[in-house]
Structure formats: structure tokens, C-alpha cells
Design a protein around this ligand. Sequence first.
Ligand code: BTN
Length: 259
Amino acid sequence: MVPAAIPEELADPLTRTRERLGIFASAILWYPEVGSTNDVAGVLADRGADEGLVVVADRQTAGRGRLGRSWASPWCAGIYTSVVLRPSSQAASLLTIAGGVAVAEGIAAATGLAGAVKWPNDVHAGGRKLAGILAEGATRHVVLGIGINVRQAAYPADVAARATSIEAELGRRIDRGLVLAECLAALAVRYRQLQNGHGRLVVEAWRRRAAQMMGRRVEWESAGQLQTGTAESIDDDGSLVVKTESGACRIRSGEVRWL
Ligand code: BTN
């Protein structure tokens, strides 16, 4: 599949923020439609693409989320992008945390909307999901996929019922290209911090943006048993710390239901 010229709507803001895009400034490939941007970026990474390659599409026909779910990706309704990263093993463990922080920061910078991060990798606004991050790794690279809902109207009813979009929250038209550019700029900063051994800065930023989610009841399954507790914070390695009747529990991955 051959990438096309980036449409003006996206190209202008990317050009204006170019000096802040860091590792994402050099190669941005745009496609009108793909199955999944994570797949396109994964193939290019396998063929030796440099770290920092960005794949963006206006539409995905097989967009996917975590835990085998699909990710609705109607034409120009959201941002569907994936970046190729080659993190150190220490940085890799905090990648989705950094992604969530960066997307929340990018949305805030572009639109003024203050989203909250929700463990492990979501951004929420008004109690509904606004964006999600999907990290998929191979031996020598990680593809970090980002999906952000921008325009509510285009989403299928079931998605619209449990998710929100930037435009629905703010009630005005949003510059999709600026959101993309600011998210990439924020991710460049947070990723650099991870790679330079400053993961603590990323975790602290995550904790600040998660304040409204902490203290909430959560449930999850462990060894076939349903567990419940109160979310307290995240550890320095990105694990969710939950207070239970039998003490503090650390959840590294998997599904947590927020009650
Ligand atoms: C989730 O919250 O479950 C993660 C959603 C990730 C969606 C993005 S959209 C761009 C990239 N391509 C995909 O197929 N998925 C990610």
C-alpha cells in the first residue's frame, strides 16, 4: 500500500508544530484508508523503519482495541495513528502510561479539554472514554497505536452510548490536525523522558491526571476469582495499586472494571 500526500487539514498543523515533534518530525505517512494503522506500522517496523515513523489514516476498516476488541474508526471522525518505537526495556514497561499522559496533554494543548487518564491506557472526559492506546510489541520494536474520538456524530450508536468525543464535550468544531500534532509533540517529550531514565516524571504526571479516578471501587479477576478493592494510585512501574481487605494488591496488566 502506497501512502498519499497528507491532506492540508493535517499537514498545516503538523508543519506549524514541526520543531516540537522531536522523533516524530521526520517520517509521517498518511493513508486514506487502512485495515489498522498498527498493522501498517508493524510491517514497516519489521522492514527496518526508523524509530519515530508515524502512520496516520482517515479511516480504519479493522481498527482494534485492547483485549481483542474492535475500535470503531469512521471516516475523519477520529484520529487513528500508530508510531514505531524502539524503547529500552525499562521504558517499554511505562509506554502505555506515557501514551495516556501524552494524549491527555495533547488534547488539552490543542483544545483546552482537560481529560483524565484511566488505568491502564484510556483517556476519559465527563466519565466517558475519549481515547485509547494500544501497544503491540515485537522483539525489536513496539508499535504504539492511538485512537482519539473527535466528532461524535459519525460513531455507531453503541459506541456513542459509552464513549464521548472532543467535540461532544466542548460543543464546538475541533481542528483534528492540531490534536494530532499536539499529541505527537507531547508523546515526543514523554517518550524522551522514559528513554533518559526519567520515568518518574511520567508517572507523576499520570498520577496528577488520574486524581479523579482514584478512590473508586474496581473489580478484576485473579486466578479465576473475582476480586474487588479501591484504586489508590500507580506504582513506579505503572502497576495499579488497589487496597483490598487483605492488603494492597498490584495489578500489572489485564482487565479492570471501574465500578
Ligand atoms: C483501546 O482502548 O482498547 C485501545 C484502542 C486503540 C485504537 C488505535 S486506533 C489506531 C491504532 N490502530 C488500531 O487498530 N488500534 C489503534
